[in-house]
Design a protein around this ligand. Sequence first.
Ligand code: MN
Length: 250
Amino acid sequence: MKPPAHIDRRQFVKLGTLAATAAWLPTAATAAMTPGAPYTLPALPYAFDALEPHIDKQTMEIHHGKHHAAYITNLNTALASAPDLAKLPLEKLLATLPAVPDETLRTTLRNHGGGHWNHDFFWKTLAPVETSGKPSAALATALATAFGSMEAFKKSFGEAATKRFGSGWAWLIAQDGKLKVTNTANQDNPLMQGVVPAADLGTPLLGLDVWEHAYYLHYQNRRPDYIAAWWNIVNWPAVSERYAAATEKH
Ligand code: MN
């Protein structure tokens, strides 16, 4: 391996040594790229610093490169011993968890399969302020019908996110053609039939990660401040498209 043109040989050797001594760091990101493994870490659809000041660059780097990558690594490891389950689309796998007889495997798929699905969904739910847009007319009308107003919807969603004790997610879902706010613990989500209560099942339109790893570096214990800032970077065109697809399906 040759040093890049802008780095002299001595610097290059030093960098190599640093890389070697950093070998104790979690290798989740590389393990997630194992050839032949069913799942790989998707690249973020924007730069790590694109959501600043609302979500800082370092939080995004760790959240994506370490946390999300680790869910994928653990999901792949679990599926290595379950080739039939490895063939299922992830949403189907999450919807059929109760049919997995081995409790240890089922729990791993629930936590890490859920972790992968939720984070993939979360990155696509966000956008830099300049492109975050606003809800489509159809979605705006549906939100006003279901909650009374956009502000009332945000209040309801914010409460679901704030009141989720410990780690979990707040969701806006389409359920039997109607909009509903709910929340789930850990990495559970509204696709997990037989795992989360029927009242929380539906098509996710919007999801907010309220694990401390999502905000603690910048906001420390101030979860409500993180939630308030997060509204600035919601990818409303993406959420509107999900709503349109869910309405068609219904
Ligand atoms: Mn997370």
